[in-house]
Design a protein around this ligand. Structure first.
Ligand SMILES: Nc1ncnc2c1ncn2[C@@H]1O[C@H](COP(=O)(O)OP(=O)(O)O)[C@@H](O)[C@H]1O
Ligand SMILES: [Mg+2]
Length: 463
């Protein structure tokens, strides 16, 4: 079916999609500078209000290209139910822990695994159940007192057990923050206040906890969790951050272990990745054929970030060749683009060191190790490295070599099993995508080699 036919047959769907994302025809043309010779310059295709700009020459392809941005959002977390794929089991576990077991939750995993997206959906579900939800993202400057004051401000005085619902303080719109003294706040002060919450439940979400560097802040949060649990407070914390294991994210874990659910966000299954692509199809109006989906799933290897990135680039590649069906060749093209994009996120030192390691013949092994790191939230065990280099007992030596000669790996601090991780966070994605590029997009024999390696790996995984 040609583009025009396909387009007219899908016109209704596409119009519906357009409706979702705003009017197509801008109502005002104020401020347009008609004197400029804009034809020579590239233009923004949409407006700041997320409308397609009317150029008079807009084609069906432009529309698809425009909608691809919303269909796959590799650089942003998913905020809407419509875009959110899979994760039903994860959400079920989180809800059960919060609701039935009254635990605090600590979510950890690599960047790009989908923590923030999960937290947004969890927040919406909690709001549906009338929880008061506060989401905050941590940073280097995050300060305990300020953060707690802000949380207290969100909780109306109505929910303090000492205030009767008819009292005048409540009517004047006051909050729990009004009961706090000025200046620095201590953990006991906050715990006392939050222990008095009644008739509601509060979910406090602290995302990017790894970015809060202050040991004092981290210690205060651990103490707070302990106190809140001891006093059965109706306020629960959900903490998320980039980490290979629980203790890396939360210090002082022994004292709070029984009060929290520590949960490593798992990689997505292939069917979840497929759902992610189908969600994207509905929004952009393109279709992905079986082979393209299988190819994306293989390379994404459970990472929604990679799947989303490849989905977007593959869609653009199809549009560039006037096609409405995304095929395997578009995914190959997408991998090429992704490598370029991901390379920019890696420091020049790491690029230099990986190039040296590759020149010394370690490229494939490093790529496979990187893939393993993506699967295990960055944590690489010596036995796993054995499998990657296909030499029993020598995995540890290989990782040490990558540490001392190239500075790419380092031992995880205090890891009981002596695990390693990649020193720089963005390196595993880069190494793996580049390996996938060279094998999948390369000669057939190469593709077979990698398939064999991967199959072997899958088998040992399940064993
Ligand atoms: N359940 C999901 N469904 C669809 N896309 C997802 C899902 N989870 C994550 N993504 C996509 O993966 C990327 C990384 O997700 P994000 O939530 O930002 O991860 P993290 O917070 O762990 O770094 C984003 O592009 C997001 O759009
Ligand atoms: Mg995040």
């Amino acid at each position: 079916m040609g583009w025009q036919n396909w387009f007219s047959s899908r016109k209704k769907d596409l119009d519906a999609i357009d409706q979702d994302h705003g009017d197509l025809v801008p109502r005002l043309s104020l401020g347009r500078n008609r004197d400029r010779h804009d034809e020579k310059l590239p233009r923004f295709q949409g407006t700041a209000g997320d409308q397609i700009r009317s150029t008079g020459k807009r084609t069906a392809l432009d529309r698809v290209r425009f909608h691809l941005r919303n269909a796959f959002t590799p650089s942003q977390p998913v905020l809407s139910h419509k875009m959110f794929a899979g994760r039903t089991e994860v959400l079920r576990t989180l809800i059960r822990s919060v609701e039935d077991q009254r635990l605090h939750v600590v979510l950890y995993g690599d960047r790009g695994i989908g923590k923030t997206s999960l937290l947004h959906i969890l927040a919406q579900l909690a709001k549906d159940a009338r929880y008061i939800v506060r989401y905050s993202s941590c940073g280097e400057e995050t300060d305990f007192s300020e953060m707690m004051r802000a949380i207290a401000k969100d909780i109306p005085l109505l929910y303090h057990s000492d205030y009767a619902p008819t009292s005048s303080e409540i009517e004047s719109g006051r909050s729990l923050a009004d009961l706090l003294p000025p200046g620095t706040l201590t953990v006991p002060q906050i715990s006392d206040l939050f222990a008095k919450i009644s008739n509601t439940r509060i979910l406090v979400i602290l995302d990017e906890f790894d970015r809060a560097h202050s040991p004092a802040f981290r210690r205060s949060i651990a103490e707070l969790i302990k106190n809140l649990s001891d006093r059965s407070s109706r306020l629960q914390l959900v903490i998320a951050g980039v980490a290979a294991n629980l203790t890396e994210l939360i210090e002082h874990i022994p004292s709070i272990r029984r009060n929290i659910l520590g949960y490593q966000v798992p990689n997505m299954s292939n069917s979840e990745i497929e759902e992610l692509i189908h969600n994207g199809e509905k929004i952009c109006g393109l279709s992905f054929d079986r082979e393209a989906i299988a190819f994306i799933s293989a390379v994404a290897y459970g990472s929604p970030y990679i799947a989303s990135l490849l989905g977007q680039y593959a869609g653009l590649a199809a549009v560039d060749r006037d096609a409405n069906m995304v095929e395997k060749r578009d995914v190959s093209e997408a991998i090429n683009h992704s490598v370029d994009e991901i390379r920019h996120r890696v420091s020049s030192l790491s690029l230099f060191q990986t190039a040296r390691a590759k020149a010394d013949g370690h490229g494939t092994n490093l790529g496979l190790l990187a893939r393993l790191a993506l699967h295990y939230a960055g944590r690489l065990l010596p036995q796993q490295a054995d499998e990657v280099i296909r030499k029993p007992g020598e995995g540890m030596a290989f990782m040490q070599k990558m540490e001392t000669e190239y500075g790419l790996l380092e031992p995880l601090p205090n890891d009981p099993a002596g695990a390693y991780h990649f020193r720089e966070e963005g390196v595993p994605v880069y190494l793996w995508i580049e390996l996938a590029q060279s094998h999948f997009a390369g000669e057939k024999s190469n593709a077979k080699l990698l398939d064999a390696l991967l199959d072997k790996y899958v088998v040992t995984q399940n064993a």
